[in-house]
Design a protein around this ligand. Structure first.
Ligand SMILES: NC(=O)c1ccc[n+]([C@@H]2O[C@H](COP(=O)([O-])OP(=O)(O)OC[C@H]3O[C@@H](n4cnc5c(N)ncnc54)[C@H](O)[C@@H]3O)[C@@H](O)[C@H]2O)c1
Ligand SMILES: O=c1ccn([C@@H]2O[C@H](COP(=O)(O)OP(=O)(O)O[C@H]3O[C@H](CO)[C@@H](O)[C@H](O)[C@H]3O)[C@@H](O)[C@H]2O)c(=O)[nH]1
Length: 425
């Protein structure tokens, strides 16, 4: 099959590579010339483990090509996957500008029957909207079907997640499109949920919101545990072993960030509000998440004193989680902004994100030098086994604030550090 992927970000690039692996011929389309030029030469424009190797492999065999030519790309392909961004709009709802633009282009250039698949995370009713926009822009009534097929991959493990999904969701009312989608995913050994497009669209938001809910639950519970000197990791373990709860997404920390949870929870809240069925539980999830960095700063103040003006804080980690260079809605940046408001001096480090001077330093040693506290914001493996004794000798005060509960508390305390995690005892 000839497959067109529109939008070559995390989702589009990963999806395209997966289809190449399955033997299909794939074209990646993007309007961003720099991205297309980089991809054509086998260079990823973002950091994602494992993708570049596959990219090089499929470019060399010409199974994967990249273009900026929207018209030709639409005309020459049978299946079109929409993978463009759906950022948060000013009122919290999803901004569908990019999706509508793509639908318009498809309407203008469609020349034979095609299946149009939305992989982007889009609100309930978007399959219908895409159908309408395509129809409005057609000059002749060429048939097509729109399918909702949300993506569940995580950044940092995109390839593994996309190759081994827990389930595949296919939302369509067309038997022809359903048969084509079944054929496309025939080599996957996971359950396939076939449903109405509206249910498919809701599944994506409901899944992300539920995961965010688990994180806010454990984060708020961690505050109570902190007050009682209970180790929240033991509590997560103790409840997570109940298979009805499961151990995932129960790690207390600095709150969730990234390009998905914050915007998707807000979009679902907005959808519900507009319908007159407010999702108060999700409103609480957002509130707890916004409070978490503030809670962490209060802990820093308890250790260093209320006035952070003359204090130097070394922040380790800028990305919203490990193994990605994505800083969208990163809790680290929220924390840094708040510390700057308190007039603290900030020094930062990240293994892959490059934000540059004046705050960022190339090595952890340079970042730690003269610091009153080391604050771990991202759970990079690089920060697990540092030369703690060496770092301590460079610091002004021996404080470690572990916003990810990832260090061996006893080990660093033995070296003379004062350690503070999130209810990590
Ligand atoms: N990032 C993730 O981990 C993830 C996972 C699952 C779902 N999603 C969802 O998938 C969608 C895409 O996410 P992403 O992180 O890959 O986005 P992204 O912002 O990294 O990439 C989107 C790309 O689309 C391109 N684009 C925009 N309009 C275009 C057009 N008219 N024609 C061609 N290209 C166009 C942009 O230039 C950009 O390169 C979003 O809806 C997101 O919520 C993301
Ligand atoms: O126990 C946990 C698990 C995660 N997080 C944080 O939650 C955020 C999101 O993490 P994760 O879900 O791993 O990353 P994403 O790449 O944003 O992936 C989410 O968002 C994608 C986009 O919709 C979905 O496809 C994925 O299924 C969904 O997990 C990050 O800040 C993590 O640090 C925690 O604080 N505690």
């Amino acid at each position: 099959m000839n497959i067109l992927i529109i939008g070559t970000g995390y989702v589009g690039t990963t999806t395209g590579l997966i289809f190449c692996e399955m033997g299909h011929k794939v074209t990646g389309l993007d309007l961003d010339d720099q991205k297309i030029q980089a991809l054509k030469t086998g260079k990823l424009h973002f950091f994602e483990p494992g993708l570049e190797e596959l990219l090089t492999k499929h470019i060399q065999t010409h199974q994967l090509t990249f273009t900026k030519d929207t018209e030709t790309a639409i005309k020459e392909n049978d299946q079109i996957f929409i993978c463009v961004g759906t950022p948060q709009g000013s009122d919290g709802s999803a901004d569908l500008t990019f999706v509508k633009n793509v639908a318009k282009s498809i309407g203008q250039h469609i020349n034979k029957y095609k299946v149009i698949v939305t992989k982007s995370t889009v609100p309930v009713g978007t399959a219908e909207l895409v159908t309408n926009v395509i129809q409005e822009n057609q000059t002749a009534p060429i048939p097509f079907d729109v399918v909702s097929n949300p993506e569940f991959l995580r950044e940092g493990s995109a390839l593994q997640d996309a190759l081994n999904p827990d389930r595949i969701v296919i939302g369509t009312t067309s038997e022809t499109a359903r048969t084509i989608m079944r054929e496309l995913y025939k080599d996957f050994h996971c359950p396939i949920v076939e449903t109405h497009p509206k249910a498919s669209e809701m599944i994506k938001y409901a899944a992300n919101s539920f995961l965010a809910l688990k994180i806010s639950y454990i984060n708020e519970l961690a505050r109570v545990c902190d007050n009682l000197a209970i180790n929240v990791k033991d509590v997560s373990n103790g409840i997570g072993l109940d298979h009805r709860i499961n151990p995932h997404f129960l790690k207390a920390g600095m709150g969730y960030g990234g390009s998905c949870f914050p915007k998707d929870v807000n979009a679902l809240i907005q959808t519900a509000k507009e319908l007159g069925n407010p999702l108060s539980i999700l409103e609480a999830v957002v509130q707890v998440n916004a409070e978490q960095p503030v809670y962490f700063i209060e802990k820093i103040k308890q250790a260093l004193g209320n006035d952070l003006k003359n204090k130097t804080i070394a922040v380790l980690g800028l990305s919203f989680k490990a193994n990605t260079d994505d800083i969208r809605e990163s809790p680290s940046l929220v924390l840094i902004d708040k510390l700057l408001e308190e007039q603290a001096t900030i020094k930062t480090h990240d293994p892959v994100v490059k934000m540059g001077a004046p705050h960022q330093f190339p090595t952890i040693e340079e970042t730690a030098a003269g610091a009153d506290a080391l604050v771990i914001c991202t759970d990079w493996d690089d920060y697990k086994n540092l030369d703690w004794a060496g770092l301590k000798s460079l610091m002004n005060q021996p404080y470690i604030m572990d916003g990810r509960n990832m260090l061996d508390k006893e080990k660093v305390e033995r070296l003379g550090f004062r350690y503070l995690g999130i209810a990590n005892y």
